[in-house]
Design a binder for this molecule. Structure first.
Ligand code: FAD
Length: 477
């Protein structure tokens, strides 16, 4: 009797690439095995959890690219739509049985719901061998600890320990697996899963090649000036790779290796642009390690517990003005319009608008976090939660809560001529540079009617109110 061919399933998640993918490469080690790729789409659940339709569209585009790339290797991709995670995990087990698969390969996800899904699946897997990999980070969660063996709660010592460990770790990227047979013909007449297709900015072209090309270009041409340019939103000074990292079209190892290839002495020059960029990749790691060490963060609880007692402002009108870029503070409004139109926002601006929502309007950071998620093409729980809690001073390594950004001076410092502001707020295009951050002063002096709102709060007064609200929250805890 002919022996049945071994069958390996590779379950893709937020790792939509064939190069440097640990689970895929392992599934392909045995040249005799039949390999089938699967993807479970849960668009209803994603939307219910606030994921933006832009990100879902981007994910779909990249899944189509992945299907093509896998087909060239002779590996079919089966995409199954399910209402939720539990259903998805059950479908994977059923499908494995149907295919007589003996092993399931996947890369771990670190958010609480995803971890619980995988724990459940492992318990139910019986004779199906599970091969799970840490692939989404340079160093896996729970491996960079302080002397007590605990997760750092402050970034700088974490980074120091992280770099020491990184230099002792083999971070080489894996190449794509070898072809396993003739390329498969793919008919792409239907979407792989039903979703509301949303226009996304043409700057984010789907696919591994596009992502790697952007990485190469950035590391060759722009990273040297990263330290100088990274805070200026009118300059393309940052990599804009976050959407690719979010859905795993690019791996952090690929980023690190490319950076090192272009800058072999990278770790010896902490003031260089290259090191500064590495530092940002390490922030990404830090926030993900934190999610695992403190799962309550996945449930939107503040890291600093007493901040739960702050009395927030619940005004829907204030929140709408912020969302719609109608606060009367040009740098805030221009940034929000960039977000609403493209699904991406410059890091400096994310900090400014987050600070404005929490510290000028006294609105709960969780509302901002959710709104960001509903718009961002690069939304990830770890970085978004980390960024919001940092800005709201409710998180780890928080700047003291009484340090509050002034939105006008932030604008003057990081967009001095108003180049960015004028791009997104054409109604201010004729305002002279000197007044671009306070256009109503110019309009009043010149008896001009501006089609732009007056500042919705007086920053000085708002600052005092916030200080009082934080102090009261602390007292009442
Ligand atoms: P680069 O400057 O080129 O950095 C390279 C990569 O490092 C980024 O692509 C990203 O993966 C990572 N990175 C950079 N800065 C940070 C950071 N502060 N924290 C964590 N990772 C970082 N980033 C997201 O990827 N998704 C989010 O949902 C997200 N929400 C944020 C919310 C707030 C309130 C704040 C303040 C920051 C948030 N960030 C988020 C972090 C940061 O703003 C973006 O990663 C960055 O702007 C993406 O642009 P880039 O790819 O050009 O970054």
């Amino acid at each position: 009797m002919a022996e049945q061919q071994v069958c390996h399933l590779i379950w893709f998640r937020n790792d939509l690439r064939i190069t440097d993918n640990k689970a895929l490469s392992s599934a392909c080690v045995n040249p005799q095995a039949k390999v089938i790729a699967i993807f479970t789409a849960t668009p209803q659940q994603w939307l219910a959890h606030g994921v933006s339709s832009r990100q879902i569209t981007f994910l779909h585009q990249n899944l189509v690219e992945l299907q093509q790339a896998l087909a060239q290797l002779g590996i079919p991709l089966i995409c199954q739509t399910m209402p939720d995670f539990t259903g998805a995990a059950q479908w994977v087990l059923d499908y494995a049985k149907e295919q007589h698969a003996d092993a399931l390969f996947f890369n771990r996800q670190y958010e609480l719901n995803e971890k619980q899904r995988d724990d459940w699946l492992v318990k139910q897997s019986h004779s199906l061998h599970i091969h799970a990999f840490d692939d989404a980070l340079l160093l896996p969660p729970s491996t960079v600890n302080n002397q007590k063996g605990e997760m750092y709660q402050v970034y700088t010592p974490f980074r120091r320990a992280f770099i020491t460990q990184l230099t002792a770790t083999d971070c080489r990227s894996l190449t794509a697996p070898e072809k396993r047979g003739k390329p498969l013909a793919i008919e792409c007449t239907q979407p792989l899963f039903a979703h509301v297709a949303t226009d996304i900015s043409p700057q984010f072209k789907a696919g591994e090649q596009a992502a790697r090309h952007q990485l190469r270009q950035f590391c060759r041409e722009r990273v040297q000036n990263y330290q100088r340019d990274r805070d200026i939103p009118s300059i393309d000074g940052t990599s804009q790779l976050s959407p690719y990292l979010a859905v795993g079209v690019l791996s952090p190892r690929q980023c690190f290796n490319r950076l090192q290839a272009e800058n072999p002495q990278l770790l010896d020059y902490p003031d260089s642009g290259a090191f500064t960029w590495l530092n940002e990749l390490i922030w990404r790691e830090f926030y993900t390690h934190l999610l695992v060490a403190f799962p309550r963060l996945c449930r939107y609880q503040p890291f600093i517990q007493w901040t739960q007692h702050i009395q927030w402002n619940h005004s829907p009108d204030d929140f709408d003005a912020w969302k719609n870029g109608q606060t009367g503070y040009p740098i805030v409004d221009a940034a929000m319009r960039q977000l609403n139109e493209t699904g991406w926002m410059h890091n400096r601006l994310r900090m400014i608008v987050a600070s404005f929502l929490v510290k000028d309007l006294l609105i709960d950071w969780r509302k901002g976090e959710q709104y960001f998620m509903s718009q961002l093409i690069d939304g990830t729980l770890a970085a978004n939660n980390g960024g919001w809690q940092w800005s709201a001073s409710t998180g780890v390594d928080a700047s003291p809560w009484f340090r509050i950004f002034n939105p006008t001076t932030q604008g003057q410092k990081f967009d001095p001529q108003g180049t960015f502001i004028r791009h997104w707020l054409p109604e201010l295009k004729n305002v002279p540079d000197k007044y671009i951050h306070a256009p109503h002063e110019w309009a009043a002096a010149n008896h001009i009617q501006l089609n732009y709102p007056i500042p919705m709060v007086d920053h000085k007064q708002a600052r005092l109110n916030t200080l009082e609200a934080f102090e009261a929250g602390k007292r009442n805890s």
